[in-house]
Design a protein around this ligand. Structure first.
Ligand code: IMP
Length: 428
């Protein structure tokens, strides 16, 4: 009965999509449990070439895998349909998709609010993806949200939408002096989407209970990452869901005792999109080289990602928050031409050494990294399929990460393709 949670250990974009795509071949169920179309999971496989998924779980390329959009997801039905159409265009069947009735809906007024709130924050802007995810979760918490289940009742849906738009229009006019939305346009767009999505919407807990009973393999697909977690991340520069092992179990609706493996995915270096402190950020030629070699541009927004060395202080904190059982280290090949390769092993803050990841973004912003330098391997590693085939210096780098994080490495990514992976130990 393996239940594996695949969770980003840094600030997102660790390459979780590829890991899920790889593991999904042997899973019966893949669940997206939190976040929304703010995520971008780039998949590269022989079936579709390169494809960026935003809402659909990365198990979709295997027709025998049930893919669930779980209760904890913020779901924009219009964007989901665009994604489904794109998949159909590539002859990928989506008959194996199931949407939880409990998932909350992202509405057009959430996107508008996201934009207005960011504009009002000025210099303190979070750098959100602008997909309305934060405002949608605010409505969920204030118990005024619409849910996927509401799309199933064509009799009551228009009135619910009109009421919700009217309430938000008041907010737009009074707080932002903004014009507000035409409720009838929202009713039209969402009624059309509802008609097409209705066959997918069900109570996901039935499917999960059946899978658990039949000892099937369930993958919980994390989006965003631990350092963007609403509670445990670099608040306020965070997303609005819980992209941790516990958050995935909660969002999927599976009790913690069913979990068999929390897999932490870490890039061999660090990237971040959006605002907020990042102690190992390289604002220089080296950072530019990492971005160029790693094509580090946001899958969702196209924004250049901020790049830097591996931050073991942040990563150890992430291990604590999640209790990872195993690690996937991705994109090791991006470091092929660097010498030395550096790992941040502590912070210097106002003359003191810090070994703990600070809770306050203001403190983290003042932390200077203390680096340990390791010899670079300066050789292409894309062909390696076992650890023994890696240059000794690359192995030493991985061993040092394992030592610092105190979690065994199960997988190492050495290229974009599914096959360009070293399976160190079996997870399934
Ligand atoms: P939001 O999730 O759109 O509200 O954005 C909040 C913060 O999370 C911003 O810094 C975003 O750049 C970041 N973020 C959201 N989704 C992702 C993701 O999938 N990868 C990386 N960063 C993300």
């Amino acid at each position: 009965m393996p239940v594996i949670a695949v969770v980003g250990g840094q600030w997102g974009d660790e390459g979780k999509g590829k890991i899920i795509d790889l593991l999904a071949k042997r899973a019966q169920v893949v669940v997206r449990a939190q976040g929304g179309d703010n995520a971008g999971h780039t998949i590269v496989n022989e079936q579709v070439g390169r494809f960026a998924l935003h809402l659909v779980p990365a198990g979709i390329f295997n027709p025998r895998t049930t893919c669930i959009i779980g209760a904890g997801v913020a779901l924009n039905p219009v964007f989901l349909l665009e994604e489904l159409d794109a998949l159909h265009g590539l002859r990928v069947s989506t008959d194996n998709l199931l949407i939880s009735e409990r998932a909350h809906l992202v509405m057009p007024y959430h996107i508008e609010l996201d934009r207005l709130q960011e504009a009002r924050r000025g210099g303190g802007a979070i750098g959100t993806t602008g997909r309305g995810i934060g405002p949608a979760y605010v409505d969920k918490v204030s118990r005024t949200g619409l849910r996927a289940g509401d799309l199933c009742d064509p009799q009551t849906l228009p009135a619910r939408i009109r009421e919700a738009v009217a309430a938000k229009n008041q907010l737009f006019q009074v707080l932002y002096q903004a014009p507000g939305l035409d409720p009838e346009r929202v009713v039209e767009a969402y009624s059309l989407a509802a008609e097409r999505l209705r066959p997918y919407i069900r109570d996901a807990s039935g499917a999960l209970a059946a899978a658990l009973r039949q000892n099937e393999t369930i993958l919980l697909e994390g989006a965003q990452a631990t350092l963007l977690d609403l509670d445990h991340g670099t608040y306020p520069y965070v997303t609005t869901s819980s992209p941790t092992v516990a958050g995935l179990l909660q969002g999927a609706g599976i009790g913690p005792r069913f979990l068999t493996c929390g897999l932490g995915v870490f890039k061999a270096y660090t990237t971040r999109v959006g605002s907020g402190p990042m102690p190992t950020e390289l604002d220089d030629e080296l950072g530019g080289r990492l971005r160029a070699i790693g094509h580090e541009y946001g899958a969702r927004t196209g924004r250049p990602r901020r790049c830097g060395w591996f931050d073991a202080v942040a990563a150890r904190y992430s291990v604590l928050v999640n209790g990872f059982d195993a690690l996937a280290i991705t994109r090791l090949d991006i470091l092929d031409t660097f010498d030395p390769v550096r790992i941040c092993v502590g912070y210097e803050w106002r003359g003191q050494r810090l070994d703990q990841f600070p809770a306050r973004a203001e403190v983290l912003a003042e932390c200077r990294p203390i680096y340990e330098d390791l010899e670079g391997w300066q050789a292409p590693i894309g062909q390696a399929r076992t650890l023994a085939e890696l240059p000794a210096a690359a192995r030493r780098y991985l061993e040092r990460l394992e030592q610092l994080l105190e979690v065994p490495i199960a997988l190492v990514g050495v290229g974009q393709e599914r096959e360009e992976t070293i399976m160190v130990r079996d997870l399934l």
